[in-house]
Design a protein around this ligand. Structure first.
Ligand code: NAD
Length: 349
């Protein structure tokens, strides 16, 4: 396994990770350790080229700095990616090689699940390094963070709906969900339980079929999900989906989802606001998962009550962001970034 430092201006440390024998190619990025050791998941997916994977890890690790600060955790921002298709290319050898690379950072970066990873994969990595969370078993193990992520997103959906549409529950409203994976399907369950009608899409037809069977969801084609008549749109698949092409198509008045980096560019936040769409910042809405993971990293004794209190605090932060955005006439994203900057500068003082 070879780990090579790369120069990246805004980040504290970035590495290319390669192991030809294992078939591993990937990156680890530590954006900031100002608030504590960097923490953020390991993602495995197909990328068109190495540069696309590097851009992804840089953006995601920066996003983790924001997410951890917004959730008021004593953790910095980091992320790792493996280039490859998790359903065909993932092997114990690849995971172990990535585990050895993470170990070389000696605790400046902690990993956990992200797209393409499971608690079982984290157990394989744990054979090589202690700096891994999201494990299914063992002391302080927190397991799959996705249900907690979904609960945090659900809270944010209800907050934003109250602000933009004036309703206290989702009863009778329509929610469109893009991506029915680990988080999306838990969110769909919660939204359905609150009385909403579902419109769903996924590139995996079996997941769409399951949502139709289980919740009476309506299916939308992949590219049509933006223009459905849903009141609320929940992006729960990939980043960059709110962009110059999709925003003009949106009919939803509220956008809240689990996906990281939903805005393709900062200007897209303004585009949303100009169209009267309330966009709840992703790095606040989807902080539930890292809260759950943090309980394991920080070795919290009573995880369920600690996680519940942190989720309540996150919900209060979202409320404060939405109130300030309305009062000041600025986007919720701008307010959320300001809160993060304040928390970071307090830590630096
Ligand atoms: P996942 O891989 O389990 O699910 C993603 C789903 O999206 C899959 O069903 C996939 O088929 C589908 N998909 C992919 N591309 C699509 C497209 N173009 N259109 C429609 N569907 C598409 O991932 P996940 O763990 O559910 O995470 C979803 C998103 O939330 C990711 O962006 C992830 O980074 C983010 N997130 C996840 C967590 C967590 O706890 N898992 C926490 C915070 C943020």
């Amino acid at each position: 396994m070879r780990i090579t430092a790369i120069d990246a201006e805004e980040h504290e440390e970035v590495y290319r990770v390669e192991d030809a024998e294992a078939g591993l190619k990937g990156f680890i990025a530590v954006h900031s350790t100002r608030l504590g050791p960097a923490a953020g998941g390991l993602r495995m997916r197909v990328y068109r080229c190495d540069d696309e994977a590097l851009r992804d890890v840089l953006n995601l690790s920066r996003g983790m700095t924001f997410k951890n600060a917004a959730a008021d955790l004593p953790l910095g921002g980091g992320k790792a990616v493996i280039i490859g298709d998790p359903s065909h290319d993932k092997t114990p050898a690849i995971l172990r090689a990535m585990g050895r690379a993470i170990g070389q950072l000696e605790g400046r970066y902690w990993t956990a699940e992200d797209m393409g990873m499971t608690p079982d994969d984290m157990a394989v990595i744990a054979a090589e390094t202690p700096f891994v969370a999201g494990l299914a078993g063992g002391d302080f193990a927190s397991g799959d963070p996705s249900p907690v992520t979904a609960l945090g997103v659900f809270n944010a959906v209800r907050r934003a709906t109250r602000h933009r549409l004036g309703y206290d529950s989702l009863y009778g409203l329509t929610v469109s969900v893009q991506g029915l994976g680990n988080v999306g399907r838990h969110l769909a369950q919660l939204v359905h339980g609150d009385g909403a009608h579902l419109v769903v899409t996924d590139i995996d037809p079996a997941r769409v079929a399951a949502a139709i069977a289980e919740w009476g969801a309506e299916a939308a084609a992949e590219d049509d999900i933006y223009k459905t008549g849903a009141d609320i749109f929940a992006p729960c698949a990939i980043g960059g989906v709110l962009n110059a092409e999709t925003i003009p198509q949106l009919r939803a008045r509220v956008v809240v989802g689990a996906a990281n980096n939903q805005l393709a560019t900062p200007a897209d936040g303004d585009r949303m606001a100009q169209r009267g769409i309330l966009y709840a910042p992703d790095f606040v809405a989807n902080g539930g998962g890292i809260i759950n993971v943090a309980a394991e990293i920080l070795k919290v004794a009573d995880r369920p009550s600690w996680v519940a209190s942190k989720l309540t605090a996150l919900d209060a932060t979202m409320e404060a962001i939405l109130v300030a955005a309305r009062t000041e006439g600025v986007s919720p994203n701008a307010v959320a970034e300001r809160i993060v900057a304040e928390r970071m500068s307090r830590a630096a003082a």
